[in-house]
Write a new protein. Sequence first.
Length: 173
Amino acid sequence: MFLPSIIFKDEKSSDGVKRYVWNEETSEMKAAADSAPAVSASDAPYKTLHVEDNPEIRTIVQYFLRKTHHVESAVTGDDALRLARENRYDVIIMDVNLGEGMDGIETTRRLREMKGYEGVPIIAVTANLGSNVRENCMHAGMDAFLPKPFQKEDLLNAIRYVTEQRARQTAAT
């Protein structure tokens, strides 16, 4: 059974205070035909950082995104921060539990403090579905929560949604 992704949406209440709500999104986005070749780094519309300590999951995400994203991987939070200082990413997929060292929540907090990463969409992925994990992800600055295991369409839909939301927010300012 696959659970739907959870998207964090900010909404202003009648008292003007910004609040966050979780909206369940369905897998509407359909993947490109599997026969299409992988996209080259120069042709990819998105440069994506995937932060994940599990090599199998890194391989799966690389495969899922091979036609639409240039994906670079980091195994630890420290690796992710180093890569973010050296490169500019359009979207970040962040495992919440990274094993050794800082977790994905602390890594996200530090990314949000870096110049140029204040508005980059960050998607949390985790097998830990406790409600406090979702809340911690939101408060750290993540834009969406995608439970593991997830399907290709769920990941693509979450990326599409958060990048469109950030683009709308940027256009409005």
